[in-house]
Design a protein around this ligand. Structure first.
Ligand SMILES: Cc1cc2nc3c(=O)[nH]c(=O)nc-3n(C[C@H](O)[C@H](O)[C@H](O)COP(=O)(O)OP(=O)(O)OC[C@H]3O[C@@H](n4cnc5c(N)ncnc54)[C@H](O)[C@@H]3O)c2cc1C
Length: 382
């Protein structure tokens, strides 16, 4: 994809923001297992960075999806995975369906303040009973007069402790599992909502919560699009999420390789720099090549998406490859750092922990392989 001067300006703006407003605080936020989402989002909102691809009527910049991916890529400069992921949830995971299918009234109430950075959103799909099989979710939203009454729970919800609202996938009917679901905006200060923190091995700065809904009443106008179309809309929304995951991994992976070159050039064994061993510089050269291949695949998918094509296959491939490559790069780099790589306060060990989620969240590797196989026509029937 041919990036323009405008793309580069945006990249510089995001990179400057990362250097001044995020990286100096990352260690503190990692330690606290929380970053101040409202504070950071207000600053991002003031720069227009939470609504790059959204309509100016809602406070967005009105640019195409490729600009949002430039931001995702630039967020790879953040010195942890948790803060970019939390931002990505707001820009590319919990808002695409609301923007595309929500009524003007709903968008003004929830999207506009989220673009301004006055509200934090989250996406509620996964449940304790399972995340891979989205059609099997159990949470229900039952019509009662002018309201939906919501019962159930959601698991692993990024931003869940701090979010003002959730884009919730719930069963609104009894019919076929792909046609009985709806996406509903649920204010998380509503009566009957409870949140519980989940502790993780990585992504510490990002808060993750289990959300419980006990007879939570939400007006029916909070429905996004048509009732029963929630599964389909969520599958569409996943395309942007998966491209975001791939784009945001690129510079993060480059940085791991850069840091490892720097470290192994200084560190000596048997009278010479570790980097001078062919097994080491060849491995790093190979990994750099893989990152470039992922970059090409990701931007090809973005280009096609901007052109209006269905990118389910290429987006799934990019997501799969980024998860797999994150594990490979982090593991190889950690090896060359020796014992230092195994310490807790090390950029490589942090990436080793943080990057592991890329093969699980937003559809595990095996789910991506299933989608690719289906589109290849190689999945057995039934
Ligand atoms: C840090 C973090 C943040 C997250 N943020 C969010 C969020 O904001 N919102 C949200 O809704 N969810 C979120 N998730 C949930 C995430 O999307 C799920 O964890 C993921 O979809 C996998 O679901 P599961 O954990 O229930 O695993 P399961 O569905 O129980 O699957 C377990 C494993 O089994 C394997 N597997 C599953 N199905 C198959 C198959 N058909 N063939 C072969 N192997 C298979 C896979 O390896 C998979 O990892 C987050 C998760 C984490 C850890």
């Amino acid at each position: 994809m041919q990036l323009t001067e405008e793309h580069e300006q945006l990249r510089n703006t995001v990179t400057r923001f990362v250097e001044t407003e995020i990286n100096p605080y990352v260690d503190e936020w990692e330690e606290a297992e929380l970053f101040p989402a409202h504070e950071v989002f207000a600053k991002l909102g003031a720069l227009g960075l939470l609504g790059i691809k959204y309509d100016p009527d809602c406070g967005g910049l009105g640019l195409d999806f490729s600009y949002s991916m430039v931001m995702a890529e630039a967020l790879g400069n953040v010195h942890c995975g948790g803060v970019p992921m939390a931002i990505g949830v707001q820009t590319d995971m919990c808002t695409p369906a609301l923007n595309r299918f929500g009524t003007d009234e709903l968008k003004q109430e929830w999207l506009t303040p989220s673009i301004a950075g006055e509200m934090v959103g989250c996406i509620g799909v996964s449940e304790a009973g399972g995340g891979s099989d989205v059609a099997a979710i159990r949470t229900t939203a039952t019509v009662d007069g002018g309201d939906y009454v919501i019962n159930g729970s959601k698991m692993w919800i990024t931003n869940g402790l701090q979010a003002d609202w959730c884009c919730l996938l719930a069963n609104t009917g009894e019919g076929a599992v792909h046609k009985n679901k709806s996406l509903i905006i649920v204010p998380l200060n509503a009566k009957g909502v409870e949140r519980q923190k989940i502790h993780k091995i990585g992504m510490h700065a990002s808060d993750t919560a289990q959300l419980f809904f006990d007879n939570v009443r939400v007006p029916r106008r909070n429905l996004i699009g048509q009732e029963g179309m929630g599964f389909t809309m969520q599958m569409m929304q996943f395309q942007e999420e998966r491209l975001w995951v791939a784009a945001s991994s690129l510079l993060a992976l480059d940085r791991l390789i850069d840091l490892t070159i720097e470290y192994t050039r200084e560190r000596r064994t048997f009278g010479r720099p570790i980097l001078d061993n062919q097994v080491v510089h060849f491995r790093l050269a190979e990994l750099r090549t893989e990152v470039e291949a992922l970059r090409a695949l990701t931007w090809r998918a973005v280009d096609e998406y901007v052109g209006g094509k269905d990118v389910t296959k290429t987006a799934s491939m990019a997501k799969l490859k980024s998860g797999r490559l994150y594990r490979e790069v982090a593991d190889s780099c950690l090896q060359y750092w020796g014992g230092m790589g195994f310490t807790a306060d090390n950029p490589i060990s942090r990436a080793y922990r943080d990057g592991r989620i890329a093969s699980i969240g937003g559809g595990a590797d095996e789910i991506m392989l299933g989608i690719i196989s289906k589109l290849e026509g190689t999945l057995p029937a039934g």
